[in-house]
Design a protein around this ligand. Sequence first.
Ligand code: SAM
Length: 286
Amino acid sequence: MDEVIKTADGTETLFNKEFKEAYHSIKAGAYVESLHKFINPCRIKELAVKNDYIKILDVGFGLGYNVAVAIKEAVKVNPNVKLAIVSIEKDKNIFEKIKKINISEDLKSIYELMFKGKFYKEKIGNETFDIYKVSSENFDLKIIFGEGRKIIKNLPDNLQFDAVFYDPFSPKVNTEMWTLDLFKEVKRLISKEGILATYSASLAVRKGLLEAGFKIGLVEPVGRKSYSTVASLKGDIPPLTEKEKNRLENSPYAVPYRDNKDLSLSREEIKQSWEDRVKERIKFKV
Ligand SMILES: C[S@@+](CC[C@H](N)C(=O)[O-])C[C@H]1O[C@@H](n2cnc3c(N)ncnc32)[C@H](O)[C@@H]1O
């Protein structure tokens, strides 16, 4: 069973046995991580001040913190706001896991609402998926269960999300979710001004986002030294430092993870081909 961990800000997370990683940064705190690496960089509050309707793609629903904190922050500044959230998650037992952790008082009412949904099946694109759906005054949440790459590939172009919370486990253990080929699919789904936020500081991830056609920027670190990453097609994001531009141009590690056309390579194949390309670059001192 996944072990409960108390994080730095007092909120709880779990250790995932399959991926051998915690769902959140223990040093930053689950709540603080959500707020500082996802909700603030995606400017959810600013969006809610200006709009009554915000569309969010949440990659890796996990314990639901990013979704719950987004709802809380948006409602704070606009009680009439409606968040249309599409979440992606492979683990159908995720609600059982959430029930193991103590939810902080200020998020409890949101979680109670999130638990009131229903399961059904729906055809999206060419595939049928298990869906969990719940609607409330301030949010419509649809969790699509299945393999993230397959779900993203089947989502229609017209969704045009204002924000993307990109939060799978780390590229080392969850490599298939961090490829250039998948970022190209995400690009299809985000609006021109939309912002994607991720905790990852990996050069391979940043290079993948760049080669997929995003511009990228850095977000102040919390609970560690590395800056996290934001990406957008045309939206207003903080700039890259000269040091980071230099690393992205010259480091042998700055090559994207690659999948095949169908997004069906195994995690090991994706990792191996990346390592082979890095080795070549080190040999020829790119
Ligand atoms: C770091 S956790 C997400 C934490 C979550 N965003 C939160 O706020 O609590 C990563 C999640 O991504 C899911 N995941 C990993 N690989 C996936 C895949 N290939 N397809 C769909 N979901 C995946 C995991 O099951 C896990 O729940």
